[in-house]
Design a protein around this ligand. Structure first.
Ligand code: F0G
Length: 365
């Protein structure tokens, strides 16, 4: 089928690549692949498209994993779902858990989750535990609970989550091929726990194994982290097979404020074997990229803008070349983190409550 045949099934259109034919669905997937002509020319690549995963039902790519993961939980008859989260996973799990009528518990690092995400988890009805510690501590705890059988774990350690997230890769390749008549040379994505990188690599491997994609057609998987939370970048630079745990992490891109990416052993080979790389960017570069994307009409949260910031940096270094066709993945919606948006955007201006007052203020003649 081609992209034009999309029939409202989103993720489940790719049921041949998934463990079931349908799931607990809102529905998710079928997100836009924007062109961004000004960014394309200012960064200086042949083609740049933005796959905006913020357009999923709860505003992030996590929905693609939850539609499969919660279906599995339902099938297994578990009582209580749980996850650790920097925010988006908790928003998605809360919505999909409620949809399935299951009890949901989310563990969040206290004071480090953007307002929109807490609001979602709260209204969709999860019990929210604010943990005195960072994301990695939350994941340690929820992992222990799952091992004891207290909860069913729906972090990206759950392989069914990654099955659903493979469909990002399938959609990118299909949309790009239909619209550009080629496959992208490179896919650039923000990296936190490295689940998405692992899922994309699995997608590419399965396509190659089934001869749907040539080995040489695999896009170079390129990961971007914030400078203050970059264990994956460190492992790539040092040529290590696993990451070193960073106990202290900091970045305004709170979604990727992670020091111990649990999917690193699956994701690092994906970056290496596709010929990709990993790069760290500053919070300032992330904010600038968020603004640039927004000025093309594409509203994303800070972690998502890291993909554009990373591409710009790699292009400046000459690692990415001018002839490349690139897809940047933007993982979450602007409204997830309203405070960051206000900080990166323009200031409201106070004016009088009359037409004449507004005209005078604007100095209209
Ligand atoms: N971008 C956003 C907006 C995210 O929320 C996350 C992860 C990532 C990128 C990184 O993806 O972990 O697959 O490498 N958020 C998780 C959460 C950790 O709890 O919402 P990854």
């Amino acid at each position: 089928p081609t992209w034009e045949d999309f029939d409202g099934r989103g993720v489940w259109r790719y049921d041949a690549a998934l463990p079931f034919e349908t799931g607990v669905s809102l529905p998710e997937g079928a997100t836009p692949l924007h062109d961004v002509p000004r960014l394309e020319s200012s960064i200086g690549v042949d083609r740049l498209r933005v796959k905006h995963e913020g357009m999923n039902p709860t505003g992030s790519f996590k929905d693609r994993g939850m539609t499969v993961g919660v279906r599995v939980a339902e099938q297994m008859g578990v009582e209580r779902l749980a996850c650790a989260s920097t925010g988006n996973t908790s928003a998605a799990l809360s919505a999909y858990g409620s949809r399935a009528g299951l009890e949901t518990l989310v563990l969040l690092p206290q004071g480090k989750v953007a307002a929109g995400k807490v609001a979602q988890a709260s209204l969709h009805g999860a019990r929210i535990l604010e943990v005195d510690g960072n994301f990695d501590t939350c994941l340690d705890i929820v992992g222990d609970l799952a091992e004891r059988g207290d909860v069913y774990l729906l972090n990206s350690l759950n392989p069914f989550r990654l099955e659903g997230q493979k469909t990002i890769g399938l959609e990118i390749l299909e949309q790009f091929r239909d619209e550009e008549e080629s496959y992208p040379d490179r896919i650039v994505l923000p990296v936190g726990n490295a689940g998405n990188t692992a899922a994309l690599y699995k997608c590419l491997r399965e396509l190659v194994a089934s001869s749907a994609l040539g080995d040489a057609d695999m896009p170079k998987l390129t990961g971007v982290q914030a400078e203050g939370a970059a264990p994956m970048v460190e492992a790539i630079e040092d040529g290590r097979a696993e990451t070193r745990r960073w106990d202290s992490v900091e970045t305004s891109a709170t979604a990727i404020r992670i020091g111990n990416p649990v999917n690193a052993p699956k994701a690092l080979p994906g970056i290496r074997e596709t010929g990709g790389t990993a790069v760290a960017v500053t919070d300032g570069e992330i904010k600038a990229a968020q603004r640039e994307l927004a000025r093309e009409g594409v509203g994303v949260e800070p972690a998502s803008a890291a993909s554009i910031a990373g591409l710009r940096s790699l292009r400046e270094e000459g690692v990415v070349t001018a002839d490349e066709q690139v897809v940047c993945l933007t993982t979450g919606h602007l409204l997830k983190d309203p405070e960051a948006a206000v900080e990166a955007g323009t200031e409201p201006e106070a004016v009088p409550g009359t037409t004449q007052g507004v005209r005078d203020y604007l100095e209209l003649k």
